[in-house]
Design a binder for this molecule. Structure first.
Ligand code: FES
Ligand SMILES: [Fe+2]
Length: 387
């Protein structure tokens, strides 16, 4: 029996040597990678604060003054649309003495701090400090909000904390080109739902790239559609910060055979089968299907908790169908059951991994993509791979 307590020298590469073997001889990540605060803190620094992260569809803030707040890996954020229609992201902490400024979501005329009523415009500029005027030592221009980079792709807003990070489109490599036939920029977002998960964020990400669990975890749901083939990511062929698999099956998995279906998208023949599943590092899992596109954002809330948020997109013409609500309700209901099954699987795994008594696991040909994903994590957290 191995003692899997977190070692003092947790970032010593020797602890991870056996993960680097060929997948069929490799060990899984040690259990402490899913429970350790130190490992998690490095993931925040080297992954979440370095890579591009999706924070939802741009229609979350359609009008000037529309805003929402988001806790991102312990950093409170405000996302707000300006009068110039540009969406900006600021740290939700007042430059005076640090108060959180906005809560929840809504529409505002300005960003006003509730503590001493300092007011900022939607470009983050401080413009009012009640009872206090400018002096030789106090200049309003020195106290603007801290802005984070935001760029958009596929109708989604993506943020990056690293001022030196490459722009989003070069970061995505060939992914925009591979997904261009879905015309996601022209789609509308028809739902956004949130799930709290009592598991390390990696367990859910791994599950997304693991086709092995489908016949068992989804025995009575997704499994009704037999998968004939899966293509796995080949980083020598495709460029960009993502990992993908392509699952082949006939028709849609969104509803059962007897249930009403959404119209198929206008896709080239070779894409009219199955679903293309890219994981865009760091926080996004996407599904490009024959009748819709989905994106799931993952927000780590510490080493043993995370929150998932899924948005679904369809073409405007689909959303305008007279029976759309009725058909889509069935898609959502089925999707929620599948999601609950995956969440339960991740939470069970977390429980199992939380003990100091554990073995180092292994990979099979069916979950080898999880191995690739773990190597990607290790290269960043333990190694010195550049973003
Ligand atoms: S902390 Fe915000 S105005 Fe004082
Ligand atoms: Fe699943």
């Amino acid at each position: 029996m191995q003692d899997m307590r977190e070692p003092e020298d947790i970032f010593n590469p020797r602890h991870y040597d056996s993960v680097h073997r060929r997948y069929d001889e490799a060990h899984t990540l040690p259990a402490w990678c899913y429970t350790s605060k130190r490992f998690y803190d490095r993931e925040r620094e080297r992954i979440f604060f370095k890579f591009w992260n999706c924070i939802g569809h741009h229609t979350r803030v359609p009008n000037p003054g529309d805003y929402f707040t988001q806790m991102f890996c312990g950093v409170p954020l405000i996302v707000v649309r300006g009068k110039d229609m540009k969406v900006r992201v600021f740290i939700n902490s007042c430059p005076h003495r640090g108060s959180e400024m906005l809560e929840g979501e809504g529409n505002c005329k300005m960003i006003k701090c509730p503590y001493h009523a300092w007011a900022f415009d939607f470009e983050g500029k401080l413009y009012a400090t009640p009872l206090i005027g400018e002096t030789d030592t106090f200049k309003m221009g020195d106290h603007n909000l801290v802005e984070i980079r935001l760029e958009t792709w596929a109708g989604f807003m993506w943020i990056n904390f690293d001022p030196d990070a490459q722009d989003l489109m070069s970061y995505l490599g060939d992914l925009p080109q591979r997904t261009a036939p879905w015309k996601t920029d022209e789609m509308v977002c028809v739902s956004r739902r949130e799930w709290p998960v009592k598991a390390n964020w990696k367990l859910y990400m791994e599950n997304f790239s693991d086709g092995y669990h489908v016949p068992f975890v989804h025995q009575h749901t997704l499994n009704f559609k037999k998968v004939s083939k899966r293509d796995f990511h080949d980083p020598t062929r495709y460029l960009g910060n993502y990992l993908m698999h392509y699952t082949y099956f006939d028709g849609t998995r969104g509803v059962r055979e007897h249930q009403k279906k959404l119209p198929q998208l206008d896709l080239p023949e070779e894409l009219k089968v199955g679903t293309f599943f890219p994981v865009v590092h760091a926080n996004t899992m996407m599904g490009f299907a024959i009748d819709m596109v989905s994106a799931t954002e993952i927000y780590p809330d510490g080493p043993e908790n995370c929150t998932l948020v899924t948005s679904n997109l369809v073409p405007k013409s689909t959303a305008e169908l007279p029976d759309f609500e009725e058909i889509y309700a069935q898609y959502l209901e089925n999707g929620n059951v599948v999601r609950d099954e995956d969440v339960l699987a991740a939470e069970r795994q977390q429980k199992g991994l939380s003990s100091r008594y554990n073995t180092r696991g292994c990979f099979t040909p069916q979950d080898k993509l999880v191995h690739d994903y773990n190597l990607w994590i290790l290269d960043r957290v333990v190694g010195n791979a550049a973003p």
